[in-house]
Design a protein around this ligand. Structure first.
Ligand code: HPA
Length: 263
């Protein structure tokens, strides 16, 4: 399975650390959900900037880290901080966590993100299990490989059942991928709704498609942090995203822990 060449240096470095290749789950933490990392019994944290070959953000600030550890005695890795196309990363680079999870032979990949609700029956704070993705005809397939698909819908009912068993209600929906960084216009949201989108966000799509290509079992969950443009008439701001994520972070952690164990 071909992988982008920048992964060679990353893999050599990780191999030198003699990390376990017996990893139960890899988790990509979305905006505002980074506090999940506090639940991990850590054995090793590596800042992205210490990993040769790791894509480097041109945007100033915290670049993120890779955390190795255990949850309920199951070994896992977490990516706190991901790579967005709007930060200047290529579509291939945005899938870096997937390549690493695959290299370390993780049994499954759990992806999370913050998203805006397009479906007007959704509310801020809802958890939406992604059923399918709309790429709006963007050529995001890394390596020009267009043959693979997001084919892991089969896990969706199981994910929702695991959530329901914890007393957590989930929504089911289609994720509209946009490159950002600008939020959408009212007219765009109206057209996305007509296309069948339930939520919109700026991540996750390449990760899901690359995981599918590599046969890495994956699922993705959106935390609805805001109603998308024009739904409520209020202006969107990033603080709203953070506040919504904060309010649901415990439920999110509970769900991810159960998915690590049961999916
Ligand atoms: N649009 C795009 N991306 C987002 C949104 C939104 O409304 N909310 C969180 N991520």
């Amino acid at each position: 399975m071909s992988l982008p060449t920048f992964t060679n240096d990353i893999f050599s470095f990780l191999d030198e650390q003699e990390l376990s290749h017996d990893i139960e789950a890899a988790v990509i933490l979305g905006s505002g959900l980074g506090s999940f990392a506090d639940q991990i019994q850590e054995s090793l944290t590596i800042p992205y900037e210490d990993i040769p070959g790791m894509p480097i953000s041109s945007v100033q600030g915290h670049a993120g880290e890779l955390i190795f550890g255990e949850i309920n005695e199951r070994s896992m890795i977490a990516f706190s901080g991901r790579f967005h196309h709007y930060e200047g990363f290529s579509f291939e680079e945005t899938a870096t966590p997937v390549y690493i999870a695959n290299h370390l032979e993780a049994n499954k990949l759990i992806i999370s993100n913050a998203a805006g609700a397009i479906n007007t029956s959704f509310s801020v704070g809802d958890l939406m299990v992604i059923e399918s993705v709309i790429r709006n005809n963007l050529a995001i397939s890394p390596l020009g490989n267009s043959k693979h698909q997001y084919q892991h819908h089969q896990w969706v009912p199981k994910v929702r059942k695991i959530a329901a068993d914890l007393g957590l209600v989930t929504q089911l929906g289609n994720y509209m991928y946009v490159t950002g960084p600008n939020y959408e216009t009212k007219a765009e949201i109206r057209s996305f709704r007509k296309m069948g989108a339930d939520a919109v966000g700026m991540s996750t799509a390449t990760e899901l498609f690359e995981a599918a290509r590599l046969n890495l079992k994956s699922t993705a969950i959106s935390l609805i942090t805001n109603m998308s443009t024009g739904v409520t008439g209020e202006k969107l701001d990033h603080d709203e995203v953070k506040a919504a994520a904060d309010a649901r972070k415990e439920d999110f952690a509970k769900l991810v822990k159960a998915l690590i164990e049961k999916l």
